[in-house]
Design a protein around this ligand. Structure first.
Ligand SMILES: Nc1ncnc2c1ncn2[C@@H]1O[C@H](COP(=O)(O)OP(=O)(O)OP(=O)(O)O)[C@@H](O)[C@H]1O
Length: 229
């Protein structure tokens, strides 16, 4: 077994400045490990902190305490404490992320967005076709695409570069049954080549087919800042 990711002691809370500085603890002492070739599905009730955990692992949210160790270029590095240059390098080579919504530079055509993620042009075209994005849309910027079309561009950017670690935030949320099937296939292929995947899958059928185990995120209660002091 090859350990790809080990998170330990993660703490994350939010301070609501517009609500008298109420502090909202979300994660406390969260720990998680990911091995090569496995898919871990985050589970737990709505609001428990699944997306928050995924964003902490992706580096989108800074953590208040704890470590996110990732295998990058053969060595374990603490991503949560990495300098911006190393963060960019890790995101380019090691850690892919598919969010629910496409956030990209405006006016760049869909095909170029996939190429920019690190995919050969013909492979990018083939992947967009596999995801049933019609050829006539490949040369257009996705701003006017439907939610499902945008998500498929996002999926091509995430699955195209063969990242060793992939984080998936509801990758099938806006997709029809045929495209859900394509995504299940992409996930199973990524696992077969040794990628480790951590995902949030609200679609239970998809989750049951791709996940090797569940990681349960448990809610902790909100504490007003005045009481916490
Ligand atoms: N940027 C933020 N600022 C303030 N509070 C936040 C922020 N992001 C998340 N929260 C709060 O943190 C808690 C956990 O939210 P999160 O989205 O991680 O839950 P979840 O388990 O993914 O929920 P769901 O299954 O409904 O998507 C919620 O109470 C939410 O309101």
């Amino acid at each position: 077994m090859t350990l790809l990711l080990k998170a330990e002691g993660l703490r994350k809370g939010f301070t609501l400045h517009l609500q008298d500085g109420v502090s909202l603890p979300v994660l406390e002492g969260e720990a998680l490990e990911l091995q090569a070739g496995e898919c871990v599905a985050l589970s737990g009730p709505s609001g428990a902190g699944k997306s928050t955990l995924l964003r902490c692992l992706q580096g989108n949210y800074g953590v208040d305490a704890g470590h996110v160790l990732l295998r990058h270029r053969g060595a374990m590095v603490d991503f949560a404490a990495a300098e911006p240059r190393l963060v960019r390098e890790i995101r380019a080579e090691t850690l892919g992320y598919v969010s629910q919504f496409l956030r990209v530079i405006p006016r760049v055509p869909a095909l170029d967005l996939v190429v920019e993620a690190g995919v050969e042009r013909e492979a990018a075209r083939a992947l967009l076709r596999r995801l049933n994005l019609p050829d006539r849309l490949h040369g257009l910027p996705p701003a006017t695409f439907s939610g499902g079309e945008q998500q498929r561009v996002n999926l091509a950017r995430g699955f195209g570069p063969a990242y060793p670690i992939l984080l998936l935030d509801e990758p099938t949320a806006s997709l029809d049954a045929a495209n859900r099937e394509v995504v299940v296939g992409l996930i199973l292929e990524a696992k077969a080549r040794g990628a480790g995947i951590i995902g949030i899958f609200h679609d239970e059928e998809v989750r049951d087919r791709v996940a090797d185990r569940l990681h349960r995120v448990l809610p902790i209660g909100p504490t007003p800042a005045t009481e916490a002091a």
